[in-house]
Write a protein that binds this ligand. Structure first.
Ligand SMILES: C[S@@+](CC[C@H](N)C(=O)[O-])C[C@H]1O[C@@H](n2cnc3c(N)ncnc32)[C@H](O)[C@@H]1O
Length: 392
């Protein structure tokens, strides 16, 4: 079985197909660092090209068994701004155009589950229509990497289009979720493991040491999993018990009375805060503005920093949250028991890359290509369905 790969990145998707017995006829991506890593670690030819200009020598790929594609997901991801007209979203539609020129027996496209919701869904619908109108049957599969036994929560969409006339049952049995402890065991003895601990007594170190496994720095929600800035007075400044009452009340009110349908919540009007707090209001709020906890905004009052999702400390006995391009930065993700982010090897292990894959180039690019990759175990899962669609 042969395949070609569009938006191939560092080759996560390709590794899964290769492991399932497919042989690569060509891979294409515009990022030089992704291509460098691919060339050094994945079998098969890889070219650095801008796919908006077409696929070079596309006739040589005509009728290939499988075409796989991982177009950029940033415009669809709920972790980003989710602009409907993000230029990158059109690359999902372009995938259909390129596929028809190659006419693969099976097309497999991976993207984030955000590509299926709201107005953004039109790009995947377009792709679906393009393939159906050309005689392909299609199926869109939502999946969760942890349900395949991975130690990572990563919700993704796999879109299949095929013209082999075969019926395939796309259901699968969930496996128990993997744990970080298992997947990171022995990572310290492998290449690309250069832990960078936070400087002792520095600001980030002082924040990190207050955050336990399963917790994150967040002023947006209360509860056991959130540590608020006012719980870390050595960094953010001390407050009185009355001031704490104001901050916690404001946190509740800003969520209860939302006016926008985006963002984590809205500023609270002065009148409402005054009504809720009575006579003590002005003095306490003024004090919190002076201390840098509150600010006046749009005729209301809001927290200075919401910090939602920062300094998230992962837990040994749970799967990781979704690995993204920031996995080395402790202000986003903290190692379960050390005051640092994750090393390149640890991020790669959580994504399911083998230790034999040695990452090259600058470290920022290494985190980028790993965070953007299709986890090879998820790719293997897609490759097995593809083999069924091909009747193998
Ligand atoms: C989600 S990543 C792909 C990950 C890859 N499938 C893997 O498993 O490692 C998206 C890729 O699209 C590439 N890309 C974005 N725009 C492109 C374009 N116009 N032409 C070619 N590649 C492009 C990026 O460089 C990035 O590597």
């Amino acid at each position: 079985m042969e395949f070609a790969s569009l938006f191939s990145g560092c080759g996560g998707f390709d590794l899964g197909f290769a492991a399932s017995g497919f042989r690569s006829k060509g891979a294409f991506d515009c990022d030089s660092e992704a291509v460098e890593n691919f060339a050094a670690n994945v079998d098969g030819p890889v070219s650095r090209v801008d796919l908006t200009l077409g696929i070079p020598d596309e006739q040589s790929l005509f009728g290939v068994d499988a075409l796989i594609a991982g177009p950029p997901c940033q415009g669809f991801s709920t972790a980003g701004k989710r602009l409907v007209n993000d230029q990158r979203n059109h690359l999902l539609t372009l995938t259909g155009t390129l596929a028809l020129r190659i006419s693969p027996k099976v097309l497999v496209v991976e993207n984030v589950s955000g590509a299926l919701s709201g107005e953004h869904a039109r790009y995947l619908k377009n792709l679906d229509n393009t393939m159906r109108l050309s005689g392909y049957r299609t199926h869109t599969l939502r999946c969760q990497a942890a349900d395949m036994g991975m130690a990572q929560l990563r919700r993704r969409v796999l879109f299949f289009a095929w013209r082999t006339g075969r019926d395939v049952d796309f259901s699968y049995r969930n496996a128990p979720h993997g744990q970080l402890r298992t997947v990171l065991a022995g990572a310290d003895k492998q290449p690309n493991h250069n832990p960078r601990r936070l400087t002792k007594h520095g600001k980030e170190w002082n924040i990190a040491r207050r955050i336990k496994p399963g917790q994150k720095l967040s002023n947006v929600r209360g509860g056991d999993n959130a540590v608020a800035t006012w719980d870390i007075p050595e960094v953010f400044g001390s407050i009185t018990e009355h001031e704490r009452t104001v901050l916690e009340l404001l946190r509740r009110m800003r969520r209860q009375e939302r006016t926008r349908d985006h963002g984590d919540a809205d500023p609270v009007s002065l009148a409402r805060l005054e009504a809720a707090l009575g006579a003590r209001f002005h003095r306490l709020v003024e004090g919190l503005i002076l201390k840098g906890y509150l600010r006046r905004v749009d005729g209301g009052i809001d927290l200075v920093g919401t910090f939602n999702g920062k300094f998230r400390r992962l837990a040994w006995d749970k799967p990781s949250c979704t690995v993204d391009t920031r996995f080395g930065a402790p202000r986003y993700f903290l190692h379960p028991s050390q005051q640092r982010g994750f090393t390149v090897r640890e991020a790669a292990r959580i994504q399911g890359f083998p230790d034999s894959y040695v990452f090259r180039g600058n470290e920022k690019a290494q985190y980028r290509v790993i965070g953007n990759a299709v986890p090879p175990p998820l790719a293997r899962f897609a490759a097995e369905f593809t083999a069924h669609l091909l009747g193998i």
